[in-house]
Ligand binder design. Sequence first.
Ligand SMILES: Cc1ncc(COP(=O)(O)O)c(C=O)c1O
Length: 423
Amino acid sequence: MEFTKSQRVFTELCKIIPGGVNSPFRGFNQVGGTPPIIVGGKGSQVYDLDGNAYLDLCCGWGPLLFGHAHPHIVEAVQKAAVKGTLFGASTEGELKLAEMVREAYPSMEMLRFVNSGAEAVASALRVARSVTRRPRIMKFEGCYHGHVEALDAAGQEAQEAGGPLALGASPGAAAETVIANFNDLQSVRELFQRYPQEIAAAILEPVTGSMGVIAPQPGFLEGVRDLCHQHGALFILDEVLTGFRLAKGGAQERFKIQADLTCLGKALSGGLAMGAYGGKAEYMRSVSPTGPIYQAGTYCGNPISVAGAIAELELAFQPGVYEHLEELSTKLVEGLKEIGGFLVQNVGSMFFIAFGPERVQNYQDSLGFDYPKFARFFHAMLQKGLYLPPSTTDAACISAVHTEEEIDRVLELTAQVMEKFDK
Ligand SMILES: Cc1ncc(COP(=O)(O)O)c(C=O)c1O
């Protein structure tokens, strides 16, 4: 495979944009090498500047539930753009979309649209602190919530960046963050005991997507919710990655649980910039202008993202979509397990491949990942035309437009890679 043109553009990008990327992992920092410069995508395929084609197993880091440039989404966005890209005033589309989200997520009695997952998380934390009048937030080591200071300033993300507090973060923001272990209710209990009446909320990914794909053990989510409620704290599920991916109603439908506040993003809007947060009406009514909690944004609920999101959810709400996605995912994951030589874990269409540990249940387990080995595997797969996320810790995904034949092809090519691997 040739990457000459990509290399040339990437070199220029690096001169003007830090690391050549507008979000760090795109820079292949974990796997090394030059990232291909992408020129387009169609369905399950992406194409680079040198004319290489890849079967996409990254799906935009999760959002692309219907692949690239789906005609229904493209048409909706084009029609919206012709009418005007921004009004700074409400549109009917926002009502339609809010109703669709609430249909899928009954726990979101009221909700707000924002521009990203991180914005949804930051806003939800603000609501939790305001309604409980408490300062502290409980997060779970290894759960990722986006670029949100209270959450990424402390714990492993800060340590990975070189210190107990992320450089540039406010010490106050991190000081109020307390850290529990995923799949470990005792750690949650202890924190509530150590900080009585101080914890506003516990926030977690119901299925993790950034320390490997880890399912909650039976009773874990319910246990966290019950402890939150016993101690007067809110139970926040960050469904930015799982929302509309694991089921129409995301992890809440899949695991039959409801959150006090929910954060959405990614697959909500089929590749357009959008997030949403919401929950019990009594909390959401406290948001400005009906209440005192300030949250605002010029592009929040903009007509282009809203049109894309409605089109995406129209596709997602068609009968059989999630059953089909589940069948494809099972075929893929079972096939990968049969090939062997690596760890594969999945929940629905979120999966990951790693070398090292035999299974991963929490952040501690994820410390055993063999990064250099994954890097070699990643590049061998890329050479075969398979585009995984360039990170062993992050969830790979398939979309509902991947076909059975493509899954067979992934398995055949992975088997070829593994045959030569370590030999
Ligand atoms: C679970 C989770 N929450 C929040 C975010 C942040 O979303 P965004 O990148 O849209 O800000 C991500 C992004 O990867 C995520 O996976």
